[in-house]
Design a protein around this ligand. Structure first.
Ligand code: GLY
Ligand code: MN
Ligand code: MN
Length: 471
């Protein structure tokens, strides 16, 4: 946990940015797996963690701006809790550690909100993403709750929408990482890099995807940490969210590992490595890998305050187009191909996303409210629509740089049949690459006052670095 004044200052700042009303923050509960007492590991809500730091279930909090009052609602431990879970600090002690002096029983929250609504106080809350939280909000507010942000809720409105103003104001704070947050992020990334080095050293023909996934998980779990998202570990990297671990690994395969740790404070790391399963990549794989790494390094070198991430994304697409043109797979002007959206065939996702307490930071607020300027909309075209971060980069932003090159047979077939972007894509040549698979390289960056730097230590990715670890 950070010192109490950090949390107090964050709450104070939030209070100053909102004109008035009452901010309601609900902590996460324990989620059942297959029957009530068999649970998923507990994960606190990140908004709650950011403002209250309390990493326990069964809590809610209000920041009443009109009355300058902050209260945490929760229950003290019963003897039964102590028998099953051991002696714990009291709620009052836990709250004192995060600078909160006022606590009340959880059962009184409902009446507190009722009174606030009767006084016509607008209620601000961020978009819920768990069924239980939606039901809890509906019970507290006495109406249906939507997950799309809009106006703060006032009694009498037919539907309670999360507060857009609250989302934007919190995103402004959480998008700019403080020095103590950067230390946490660096730690999470360092562990993440160790996970990747472990996989690079270990993988060889005859193993299975699940062998590598387990070894990567062990690195994280031996430190008592968790994953920031479910590990992707596959020789079919062209399937972007491949969580099966069902394949055996053979000579000539590439293994794509996208894995990250979440440290004790719940800050995330997110890296991707593509590595040869055998001693080295085939010549064909090397040719595409060189395009990928060139794209990655140019994208990282471009990062600075004032450039938009959309520009970086389009420049990365153009670089991929230029590289694939040399391989005879694309044609025409690379920048025109990028601007038209044709390169989405080979990289249908965005160049990166904000990262912090969530690996896709604050994605529950709506990525457009975090990664784009206030009031902006995302470009709805295929490929552009998956760009989670498009805004101008500012000092303190932490985000991923993760270009990829994929050959997705079903997408190739569909675009070819439709004649899509036939001016830019050499479909005859592409037929010879349908079974190539996919690759991606991903590391995490911070925008500084005059440029950018990697968060945490460098992950091995050059052909030489990979070869050195394979010896
Ligand atoms: N690990 C998910 C992502 O790279 O966005
Ligand atoms: Mn990733
Ligand atoms: Mn990522």
């Amino acid at each position: 946990m950070f010192p109490p004044q950090i949390y107090a200052e964050r709450r104070q700042r939030l209070q100053q940015t909102l004109g008035g009303g009452l901010v309601l923050m609900l902590g996460n509960g324990i989620a059942s797996y297959n029957y009530p007492d068999n649970n998923y590991p507990f994960r606190q809500d990140s908004t709650f963690l950011y403002f209250f730091g309390l990493d326990y279930e069964g809590l809610a909090a209000i920041i009443d701006i009109d009355n300058d009052q902050t209260i945490v609602f929760g229950d003290e431990l019963t003897l039964d809790d102590i028998i099953w879970s051991g002696v714990q600090p009291t709620l009052v002690e836990r709250c004192a550690a995060v600078g909160v002096s006022e606590t009340r029983p959880l059962a009184t929250l409902s009446r507190h909100i009722e009174l606030a609504l009767e006084k016509r106080q607008p209620i601000h809350f961020v978009p819920p993403y768990r069924g239980h939280t939606i039901l809890w909000l509906e019970q507290l507010l006495g109406t249906k709750v939507s997950t799309t942000p809009g106006d703060a809720f006032l009694k009498g409105m037919p539907v309670a929408t999360p507060s857009l103003e609250l989302c934007y104001n919190i995103a402004d704070m959480r998008n700019h990482k403080s020095p103590e947050e950067l230390e946490q992020l660096a730690e999470a990334v360092d562990i993440t890099v160790t996970m990747h080095e472990t996989a690079i050293r270990l993988v060889q023909p005859g193993m299975h995807e699940k062998d590598i996934a387990a070894a990567v998980g062990e690195v994280c779990q031996r430190l008592g940490y968790f994953f920031s998202f479910p590990t992707i570990c596959t020789n079919h990297g062209e399937t972007l969210h491949n969580h099966g671990y069902i394949h055996s690994l053979r000579e000539g395969d590439m293994l794509l590992l996208d894995a990250g740790a979440e440290n004790a404070m719940h800050y995330a790391g997110d890296c991707t490595t593509t590595m040869p399963v055998g001693r080295e990549f085939t010549d064909r794989q090397k040719a595409v890998y060189r395009v990928l790494i060139d794209t990655y390094e140019k994208a990282a070198a471009q990062l600075r305050p004032g450039i938009t991430y959309r520009e970086c994304h389009v420049a990365a697409w153009a670089n991929i187009a230029a590289g694939l043109k040399e391989l005879g797979i694309m044609k025409g002007d690379p920048m025109e191909a990028a601007e038209a959206g044709a390169v989405a065939m080979f990289m249908p996702h965005g160049l990166g996303h904000m990262m912090g307490l969530d690996v896709h930071d604050m994605e529950n607020y709506g990525e457009v409210h975090v990664g784009y300027p206030r009031g902006a909309h995302k470009d709805p075209r295929f490929g552009f629509a998956s760009l989670r971060l498009g805004r101008m980069l500012e000092p303190g932003f932490v985000f991923t740089v993760e270009p990829g090159i994929y050959f997705i047979p079903d997408l190739i077939d569909q675009w070819k049949a439709a004649g899509r972007f036939a001016d830019f894509i050499c479909y005859d040549e592409l037929q010879h690459w349908r079974d190539f698979g996919g690759m991606r390289n991903e590391e995490d960056y911070l925008i500084t006052s005059d440029g950018a730097r990697r968060v945490g230590r460098k992950k091995p990715y050059t052909l030489d670095e990979l070869a050195a670890l394979r010896r």
